[in-house]
Design a protein around this ligand. Structure first.
Ligand SMILES: [Zn+2]
Length: 331
């Protein structure tokens, strides 16, 4: 496919399918089906970029990333010949135009479909996670299939193709997207800027879906935060709670939470600014007032713990250092 790009991770089957098409064999409507978080919309956007790219190519996929059309995709600008919409399609609502995040009315959709291409080439419409709020909305879309406008490609993504109207489904080509491999999920998470540990951890819990990976990371972070806060208040109250929060996966995040709580403890005493953990402000205000030197000693120990967390020292040992620092300063 010469030197054109098609930057999609996974989706081998869909990729091979489109690699075999030409502009003559391209259909005017596709349904991309498959689980959430496997890259259906990303693939559709890259396909749209390919179809609108001005570079010469034998097939339909691939873009040069340098032409004026690609520049619009790269800048995240609105490409006049690419409309992306997500969510419910409504009809009978007052037509107030389409803003991002609004439901797209069927009438607006039909209007968009009948417009001329801006650049004289193709136009691509992506309806992501399509739901029809009424049967009428689905029927309105049927007009597209009855008289498909020239040069328009409609791509719909859905996790449940069986929920599409049979009359629509029968007039589209379904392209199935499989689950991603663990390695692909890790790669996508890395590109999203997550750190190495989060990527590895998220990919392990993803079961092939980036959406699931992100949810798992988020809920793990929320649960670490809660566990660490309980542990912290127990320790300050003179207890020796179990260090259940301190594992290889959670140590970094847990120490960050601890540091934040200790800072808030200082901040709330001296009114130096808003707390990071406002949900714990009430409890933090009830903690004893310690001399400034004790507080900075605790912070130093947390810093030391953070350094040790990067080594092979066991997570329980690292949390023990913080526990000791807290306990000693309260003596
Ligand atoms: Zn281009």
């Amino acid at each position: 496919m010469n030197d054109l790009a098609f930057d999609v991770i996974g989706a081998q089957g869909p990729r091979e399918y489109f690699e075999h098409l030409t502009s003559e064999t391209l259909a005017h409507a596709y349904v991309f089906s498959g689980p959430r978080g496997v890259g259906k919309k990303t693939f559709a956007r890259r396909l749209a970029q390919s179809l609108l790219c001005r570079a010469d190519k034998p097939g339909v996929i691939g873009y040069d990333d340098t032409c004026a059309s690609c520049a619009l995709f790269r800048a995240g600008a609105m490409h006049p010949d690419f409309l992306e919409h997500e969510g419910a399609l409504r009809i009978g609502e007052r037509d107030a135009g389409v803003r991002l995040g609004d439901d797209l009315t069927a009438r607006e959709l039909i209007r968009r479909l009948s417009l001329e291409s801006y650049s004289g080439g193709m136009r691509v419409l992506l309806l992501g996670d399509l739901e029809f709020s009424t049967h009428h909305a689905g029927n309105a879309l049927l007009k597209f299939f009855e008289e498909p406008p020239r040069g328009v490609v409609l791509i719909m993504t859905t996790i449940s193709p069986e929920s599409l109207l049979p009359t629509i489904r029968s007039r589209t080509i379904e392209v199935r997207f499989p689950l991603l491999s663990q390695r692909d999920v890790a790669e996508i998470l890395t590109r999203k800027g997550l750190d190495a540990r989060e990527c590895e951890n998220g990919a392990r819990l993803a079961h092939g879906s980036v959406t699931r990976a992100l949810a798992a990371i988020e809920s793990q972070e929320a649960s670490v935060r809660t566990q660490v806060a309980r542990w912290f208040f127990d320790v300050v109250a003179g207890g020796t709670p179990e260090e259940g929060w301190a594992s290889r996966e959670t140590l970094d995040a847990g120490l960050e939470v601890l540091k934040g709580l200790v800072r808030d403890w200082i901040v709330l005493r001296s009114a130096q600014g808003p707390p990071l953990f406002s949900d714990y402000a009430e409890e933090l205000r009830k903690l004893p007032v310690l001399p400034a030197t004790h507080m900075s000693a605790i912070l130093d120990r947390v810093d030391e713990a953070q350094r040790l967390a990067q080594t092979n020292v066991s997570p329980t040992m690292v949390s023990e250092i913080v526990r000791m620092a807290l306990a000693l300063s309260l003596l």
